[in-house]
Design a binder for this molecule. Structure first.
Ligand code: ATP
Ligand code: MG
Length: 182
């Protein structure tokens, strides 16, 4: 059982895909499983990390939420069209082939607001990817996949709770992205 009343929480900001995108990504992972082998992520855990904060005192979460609420970027969409692999941590992930400025703008806006409020992070580098398989047995060449369009209308703050079965994610709050002028 996870320890829920710990005074620290392991937290990160992420994009959480809608159900159709989750299902499409999960089907892709299922299709590749026999080829690369590994541990497949459950459909409802699939996400794109925007900013990993790591362990944070729960007492600081209200300020964290308040600060994240200052981020103001409009909704956008992008396309995941590659399946790639990292050999160093044996992960298979979906990613956009081209750089998506709106994704970087959102990640950067979030970082800037949090830095201004005095938060520190473990990792400042944003590397857009959705992990599909872990502990991959056979690292393959990066390859094209049928394009998956992801409409981004919100970002979320997530707590990662360590359990015997690995990390379990709990969405703490969701912030909608609002069109310019709102
Ligand atoms: P586990 O660590 O049990 O294998 P996990 O990696 O999914 O599971 P966390 O380590 O809590 O769970 O990570 C939550 C999210 O943050 C994941 O998307 C993970 O890739 C990302 N993440 C974790 N550590 C870092 C880091 N140092 N820098 C950037 N992103 C990270
Ligand atoms: Mg991890």
């Amino acid at each position: 059982m996870p320890i829920k009343n710990s005074s620290v929480a392991r937290v990160f900001f992420a994009l959480w895909p809608e159900e159709l995108v989750q299902r499409t990504l999960h089907s892709l992972a299922t299709e590749y499983l026999p080829l690369c082998e590994g541990r497949i992520m459950d459909a409802d855990t699939l996400h794109m990390t925007l900013l990993f904060l790591g362990e944070m005192e729960r007492a600081r979460l209200p300020l964290l939420r308040q600060t994240a609420g200052k981020v103001s970027v409009p909704p956008f969409r992008f396309v995941l069209d590659r399946l790639s692999f990292w050999s160093y941590n044996r992960i298979a992930y979906a990613t956009p082939l081209v750089e998506v400025p709106a994704l970087y703008q959102l990640a950067t806006a979030l970082q800037q607001e949090l830095i201004a409020a005095g938060f520190l992070f473990e990792n400042y580098e944003f590397n857009p990817h959705v992990t599909l398989l872990r502990q991959v047995g056979h690292i393959l060449e990066s390859q094209a996949i049928a394009p998956i369009t992801w409409q981004v209308d919100a970002f979320v703050l997530v707590e990662s709770v360590m359990t015997d079965q690995g990390a379990r994610y709990q969405i703490l709050q969701k912030w909608p992205l609002l069109p310019v002028g709102h």
